[in-house]
Design a protein around this ligand. Structure first.
Ligand code: ADP
Ligand code: MG
Length: 385
């Protein structure tokens, strides 16, 4: 049974009726542009084939019933009028937060029965949380005929995660899940949410992109994320700009000089400003068909995250170093950091050797075995049935 049929059958068993529809929303991998999204900068994610799939029906009685096939727990029953930010520490906060955000924005959502399952690895930096939010938002947008455009659904999902769940994340993950297209990476300006779909079909050019999930969970990284974010805001304030996005690459040296002995802020600013420039370089390389030349830019990005932003970890560094030693075109950590996943760009012919080398290096270092899979740029959120 495919995911869609399974979710539908489980829904019928749980709630005693057919769902009105089934929707899917993917996780994402960020090709380049890390920790730029809360600095009004550029990001470039693409959607994974891994998705959250939800069967959903409307209710009219102000109740929300939630169930996940992947969590050992019964059906959670909530009353819409009781939904309160930061009141829920369980997984249910993600879908409930979306309902809360829609209602808070004045959209007439009167209740729902939701059953979902996800193939996006959780806590691996691949945005399983955004996949959950976006699949629920798209389903409710369709069922209640809200007519909201994708970018606005992403905004509401971000609000759900920031305010209702209480996780201070940027807009990239939700926009990627909602707006990506198969065979493309999404060049997103997080200041005005303008988007460009950039063709990114590695297979056609004899290359592959591997995702290496280090299995190191980033769950305890919230405090560190908050510190980096606060440091970036401090940098912008000291430099008298709205956001670090406003520091042009050509003005970086002057900006760093102005920051004087604020050593930590200087490092954070240097990462963000150079990272925005790396996104622009990757976009222009891809546009001019120089796909292999993005490899060194990815490697630079990793060094910047490791040395300036200081959010890598031994496992992520080992993936990058081993892959490069094994002939990869480029590699870097991806996602928020402190664990999660790395990406490796390689010639198709080198994939097996590199995979084996990474697995052996992890075993030799005594690390938990990594999960390695190929990431094909896939479709964004969609209705399945
Ligand atoms: P990431 O988004 O990088 O995977 P997060 O910590 O942001 O990591 O989100 C992970 C959380 O999302 C999980 O702790 C869980 O609450 C929720 N989640 C992810 N997948 C599922 C699922 N299949 N069923 C229920 N909850 C899920
Ligand atoms: Mg997340």
């Amino acid at each position: 049974m495919g995911a869609e049929q399974q979710v539908r059958a489980d829904f019928v068993e749980l709630y005693g009726a057919e769902p009105e529809g089934v929707w899917a929303a993917p996780g994402r991998v960020n090709l380049i542009g890390e920790h730029t999204d809360y600095n009004d900068g550029f990001v470039m994610p693409f959607a994974l084939p891994h998705t959250a799939t939800a069967a959903v029906s409307r209710r009219t009685d102000g109740r929300l019933r939630l169930h996940s096939a992947d969590i050992e727990d019964g059906v959670a029953e909530l009353r819409l009028d009781d939904l309160t930010p930061e009141s829920d520490r369980a997984w249910t906060a993600y879908p409930a937060g979306v309902v809360w955000a829609l209602r808070e924005a004045g959209h007439p959502v009167t209740g729902a029965d939701i059953h979902l399952t996800s193939t996006v690895p959780s806590g691996a930096g691949l945005s399983s949380s955004a996949a959950l939010e976006v699949v629920v938002a798209l389903a409710l947008n369709d069922l209640f005929e809200l007519g909201l455009p994708r970018w606005q659904l992403a905004r509401l999902c971000q609000r759900a995660e920031n305010v209702y769940v209480g996780a201070p994340t940027g807009i990239m993950d939700q926009t990627a899940s909602a707006c990506c297209e198969a065979g493309h990476a999404l060049f997103l300006d997080t200041r005005d949410l303008s988007q460009k779909q950039i063709p990114f079909d590695l297979a056609a050019e004899g290359m592959r992109l591997l995702v290496v999930d280090t299995q190191v969970k980033h769950a305890h990284s919230d405090g560190e994320y908050g510190k980096r974010r606060a440091g970036c805001e401090k940098g912008a304030a000291l430099l008298g700009v709205d956001a670090l996005r406003d520091i042009p690459y050509a003005g970086l040296d002057a900006a760093l000089e102005r920051l004087g002995d604020e050593e930590e802020v200087r490092r954070l600013v240097r990462h963000v400003v150079t990272e925005d420039q790396r996104v622009e370089r990757v976009v222009s390389l891809l546009k001019s068909g120089e796909t292999r030349a993005i490899g060194p830019v990815l490697v630079e990005g990793h060094a910047s995250l490791r040395d300036d932003f200081r959010i890598s970890c031994p496992e992520l560094d080992l993936v990058v170093d081993t892959a490069l030693a094994g002939g990869a075109l480029g590699a870097r950590m991806t996602g928020g950091g402190f664990g999660g996943s790395a990406i490796v760009l390689a010639e198709a012919a080198d994939v097996d050797t590199i995979t084996k080398a990474v697995e052996e290096a992890f075993a030799a270092a005594g690390f938990t075995a990594p999960r390695v899979f190929e990431a094909v740029p896939s479709a964004g959120a969609r209705r399945l049935a």
